[in-house]
Ligand binder design. Sequence first.
Ligand SMILES: [Zn+2]
Length: 258
Amino acid sequence: MKNVSIGPSGFGRAVDAEEIFERFSKKGFGNCEIDFTYKVYLNEKQAEEIKKLAKKYGIKLSIHASYFINLNSEEKPKIHASMQRILKCCEIGDALGAKSIVFHSGFYGKSKDKEETYQNIKKRIIEMMEIIKEKKWDIKLCPETMGKINVFGSVEEISRLVKETGCSFCIDFAHVLAREKKVDYEKIKKLFPQKEWHCHFSGIEYGEKGEKNHINLKPKDWKELFENLPKDKEITIVCESPSRIEDCAEGLEILDSK
Ligand SMILES: [Zn+2]
């Protein structure tokens, strides 16, 4: 399956960039998601250096934005801070040559009104997209499908955001499994007809309310995924399991045998 690229989430220190990319490319990884989940730890100069190295080693970069985001907060300053955190990722992401900024959109809020939550998040995404356009950052916002039932981000909600705002998306298959107790690939293909898919993958423990923990992948998890992924799309898979490097290597082995 030549239409699928696999790589880990998490990067490391800027000073180790060349060594990291060299190791990744030797293993056959095609992508890497830099984690700005706790902070944007690279400056513009470092980002530009890393961009060159990523190109040299053929590694496509994406970014996972801060965990501290709620575009549906009751408090205006919190919404503003959330947007600033995402936009900071866009700025450095543009310098990195990363194309996708993945983020968790927010919570349903006190009212638990899903339509109201949807409209609030949609409005914020449109505002951020306007700023991205103004700044001429070559980057796409990718709200992620979420694994807990009380968190905004069902496949239907994310697909609707894409349709109504023109933003991009991240399909986290482990989250879909935890939220829906199964992965309905046919439904996902219908909801996301786009040519390019940015995806997350890992094993997952879940209960009634959805996601509990990310766990390591088993060969059968990869096999099931590859059997069901569409063949006519460019698919980037970011592996988020605890042993992500080993799991990526195993995934690639299984992919190559397809
Ligand atoms: Zn995520």
